[in-house]
Ligand binder design. Structure first.
Ligand code: ADP
Length: 907
């Protein structure tokens, strides 16, 4: 048990406690001794005080005795008596005090003797009192009357027969009686022998003076003798009490004083003894205390040694071990591991820790080595990454440059083909040129994709946020793909499913690019059926909304496995489609990146066979509450809608947004409607809308249509894009308004207004035809008046642009670079418009523009031309002072737009 450090420490603490207790006991003993010595000293002082009081009282007794013996005063006697009882009290007190003394008998003896002397003293005083009383008695009863009688006798002359001139003897007698009387009083007071002698002498004189024989003399002689006898008695009495006072009582008093001194001596001897005993005891205590202090010091030292040697040193040694382990040193010997107490356990823990730390060190060094390898690998990797990034950048740059370089000559090729196509051509030539034109367009599409892709990869493509018209967006989509769909005998429709704002905030260029790409794929991968573009919109928060566009086709579809890859760059669903349909595999990658750049998302869902749906969600901003579809009349228009058997060609929401309350109808219901006389049904005829899916349907409804027309019902027909000519047929046969897919929201609205009111809504463009109707028309080029300077270094492009300008009725000059352009403008010729290429030798388009602006041509209209079509390129052009900017290849429509804005229209 003692092996435990805890028990050892407890032992040490117990030892300390014992020492503390011993110290306490010793100090208590010393205190007790001190207190008892103080008590003894106080008692001794008390005793000595009583003895001194005794002395004082005895002196007082003596004094009162003398006073009494002199005066016989009553108060002195009373005081004497009280002093006697005080002295007796002192003795009683003394007796009580002396009990503590070992030699109490000696004290008792002394006290007894004192008491004896006190008794004697008291008795003697009693004698003195008696003597004094008798003296007074004799003086009062005998002496004083004797002298009275003597004096009276002396004055009785009749009785005295003076013997011849005896008068002088009488006076003498009187005198001596008076002297004797005075002496007698003196004697009574002092009892002095000489006074007694003098008194006797006086009485002898008195006796001799009364030596006559007269009776008076005889009387005087008798009286004198009697007085002398009484005076002698007085003297004897005085002698006796004076003896008592002076000898007996004085002796007793002396004896008293002697005894009290003896008492004091005894007390002082006893005190000395007590002091000596206390001293001895104090010495003993001191030695015991010293011993205890020594013992404490020894035990303290032992404890300190124990703490240092057994605990602290060991703990320090183990702490050092931990510190060394912490510093990563290897520790072989661990101090204290042979011990079986807590230190031993600590050492054991240190040893375990050391073992673990060894393992940790090994693991750490392995890890460090691994991390070093990792770092080297990382370095190599980042080097490779840098190289790869550099390579990608170089590739992107190369591609961007290449596409730019290819676009410039392509611009020429396409422009020239377009120009030739406008001239008189033979059938074969036109066909070949059309094919060349189509191939050129495909090539331009590929080049544009590569350019976009490179720019996105190089991070140079930024997204705009401007207000754009949703109607225009839909129009553009329809005009771009209706013809292509038609060429493949496909149906194509654009359905605004939920109420769409007329204007939204976003990047119209990129949204169109995405839609065109999706529709292009849909047309490309669909051989039968059709393509539907379904557009919905919902407000998400104030000023923002979500535009959702689904492009649905009935094409080949994409397998589930391939769906995951279609948005990867250069990925095509499979080799065979690539071969069959062509393409670069970049389109969807660009689409996805553009959509993500705009903050949206795109998904595909498809099944091989039935076709695919690409669903696009784009966050957009809203600018107002105006909707693309508005009610065509102030009142609700009751409408009977005979939808096609294969599915309605109009969405419910579309017509209800235009203010129609639609009831789905059937051929029978329409027949029944025709049977009823109108006035019995309603004042206003309901609108009739009929889907005409194909020629068979038209034939089946022939009678109904005729009857409805005859009954003057407001009837409108809706057809799909296919079959071609159906719409024209219906229109010519019954003169009915026909809406043919695809149509924009405004076209739908115009159609309904026409059906209802007989002509399109006056507020809208009355002459607007549905896009499907407009297909195939070749509009005549608009004409303008003006002189244009074409600044272009590429000769082919000079020809192309020149031809476009000529088609628009404009005249032009050509300058080969910026310098020539500056010279031409400053040569005092007037130009209404300058078309300025950007990249040119000698002086580029920016420089030339700056030069012209700096030289006073602030109002000159300058339009930049470049193969670069990025937003920054447009911005830079405006910054450099240009009024407009056209991206190559320059199309006649672009030039028309610029001319309409800045030039006067021609005839
Ligand atoms: P490509 O230039 O090859 O069309 P895209 O990136 O536009 O490149 O399309 C990638 C691949 O996705 C296509 O090669 C095709 O296999 C598949 N794909 C895209 N759209 C459709 C679609 N509407 N129907 C079927 N397959 C499609």
């Amino acid at each position: 048990m003692l092996k435990s450090l805890r028990v050892q420490v407890l032992f040490v603490i117990a030892g300390f406690a014992v020492i503390l207790i011993v110290q306490g006991v010793l100090s208590r003993a010393s205190q007790t001794l001190l207190i008892s010595s103080q008590e003894q000293a106080a008692q001794s002082a008390n005793e000595v005080a009583v003895v001194y009081e005794l002395d004082r009282n005895v002196i007082d007794l003596q004094r009162n005795l003398l006073i009494y013996s002199e005066t016989a005063s009553q108060s002195a006697q009373l005081r004497f008596t009280s002093l006697i009882s005080e002295v007796a009290g002192d003795l009683v007190a003394m007796e009580a005090l002396i009990n503590r003394h070992e030699d109490a008998e000696d004290y008792e003896d002394l006290i007894r003797r004192l008491r004896t002397h006190l008794d004697v003293y008291e008795d003697s005083f009693g004698d003195v009192v008696i003597a004094r009383r008798r003296q007074a008695d004799i003086a009062e009863r005998h002496v004083k009357p004797g002298f009275e009688r003597l004096k009276a006798l002396v004055h009785q002359p009749s009785k005295v027969e003076p013997a011849g001139g005896q008068r002088g003897n009488i006076s003498l007698l009187e005198y001596h009686v008076a002297v004797a009387e005075s002496l007698s009083y003196q004697y009574m007071a002092e009892s002095d022998a000489r006074v007694a002698e003098k008194l006797k002498g006086q009485f002898a004189i008195i006796t001799s003076l009364a030596s006559g024989s007269s009776e008076v003399d005889a009387e005087i002689k008798r009286e004198a003798t009697a007085s002398l006898k009484y005076i002698a008695q007085l003297g004897a009495l005085s002698g006796s009490y004076v003896f008592n006072v002076n000898v007996v009582m004085a002796g007793s008093a002396n004896e008293f004083f002697y005894l009290t001194r003896a008492l004091r001596e005894l007390l002082s001897i006893d005190q000395a003894k007590i002091d000596a005993a206390l001293l001895v005891e104090a010495e003993k205590n001191k030695s015991r205390s010293n011993l205890a202090i020594l013992a404490s010091a020894v035990v303290g030292l032992l404890i300190a040694y124990f703490l240092i040697a057994r605990i602290l040193r060991s703990i320090r040694a183990i702490t050092l071990v931990f510190r060394r382990l912490h510093e990563g040193e290897e520790v072989v010997v661990i101090p204290g591991s042979d011990r079986s107490d807590e230190i031993g356990e600590l050492a054991e823990a240190a040893s375990a820790f050391s073992e673990k730390s060894g393992q940790l060190r090994t693991a750490l060094s392995e890890m460090q080595a691994a991390s070093l390898r990792q770092e080297l690998l990382n370095q190599a990797l980042s080097l490779e990454k840098e190289k790869a990034e550099q390579a990608v950048k170089s590739k992107s740059m190369f591609l961007a440059n290449m596409s730019h370089e290819v676009r410039t000559p392509m611009n020429g090729v396409m422009g020239l083909i377009n120009q030739v196509l406008k001239s008189e051509l033979g059938g074969k030539q036109r066909e070949y040129l059309n094919k060349a034109n189509y191939s050129g367009q495909v090539l331009m599409g590929v080049i544009n994709d590569i350019l976009d892709f490179s720019k996105i990869e190089a991070g140079k493509l930024s997204i705009e946020r401007v207000s754009f018209s949703t109607e225009k967006m839909i129009d553009y989509l329809i005009s771009a793909y209706a013809l292509q769909a038609q060429q493949k005998n496909l149906n194509f429709s654009v359905n605004v499913i939920t109420s769409l704002p007329t204007h939204l905030l976003g990047d119209p260029l990129r949204i169109n690019q995405v839609l065109l790409n999706l529709c292009s794929n849909a047309v490309k991968f669909t051989d039968a059926g059709g393509i539907e573009v379904n557009i919905s919109f919902r407000d998400t928060a104030a000023g923002t909304g979500l535009l959702t566009i689904g492009v649905v086709d009935s094409g080949v579809g994409i397998s589930e496995q391939q769906q995951g890859r279609v948005f990867d760059s250069f990925a095509q669903a499979d080799g065979s489609t690539s071969r069959k349909f062509g393409g670069t595999g970049l389109g969807l990658a660009i689409v996805k990146q553009l959509v993500e750049l705009m903050g949206g998302s795109i998904d595909v869902s498809s099944t091989e066979g039935p076709g695919s749906e690409f669903l696009l969600s784009l966050p957009v901003g809203t600018t107002g509450t105006e909707r693309a579809l508005r009610p065509v009349s102030a009142d609700i228009i009751e409408t009977h809608y005979l939808a096609g058997a294969g599915g309605a060609l109009l969405e419910n929401t579309q017509v209800s947004d235009c203010g129609l309350r639609v009831t789905r109808s059937s051929r029978q219901l329409l027949g029944a409607l025709l049977q009823r006389p109108l006035e019995k049904t309603a004042a206003v005829k309901p609108m009739i809308l009929i889907d005409l899916a194909d020629q068979d349907v038209v034939e089946g409804l022939r009678d109904t249509l005729a009857a409805l027309t005859l009954a003057d019902y407001p009837v409108g027909c809706v057809t799909q894009m296919q079959p071609l000519g159906l719409a024209d047929y219906v229109r010519s046969e019954w003169g009915l308004p026909v809406l043919r897919h695809p149509f924009s929201p405004a076209q739908l609205q115009d159609f309904l207004a026409e059906v209802w009111g007989g002509s399109p809504d006056a507020s809208s463009d009355a002459s607007r035809e549905s896009a499907g109707e407009a297909l195939g028309d070749l509009p005549l080029d608009p004409q303008f008046v003006g002189h244009v300077l074409v600044v272009e270094d590429n000769e082919v492009n000079q020809v192309v642009i020149g031809a476009i300008l000529s088609d628009l009725g404009l005249t032009y000059d050509v300058a080969g670079d910026g310098l020539q352009a500056a010279a031409a403008v400053t040569s005092a010729k007037h130009y209404d418009l300058v078309l300025m290429d950007i990249q040119m030798p000698n002086m580029d388009g920016y420089e030339a523009t700056r030069f012209l602006r700096d030289n006073g041509y602030a109002d000159l209209i300058i339009c930049g031309l470049s193969a670069n079509a990025m937003k920054e390129d447009y911005e830079k052009a405006y910054r450099e002072g240009m009024n407009a900017y056209l991206a190559k290849p320059v199309h006649i429509d672009d030039v028309v737009e610029i001319a309409s804005k800045y030039l006067v229209p021609g005839a």
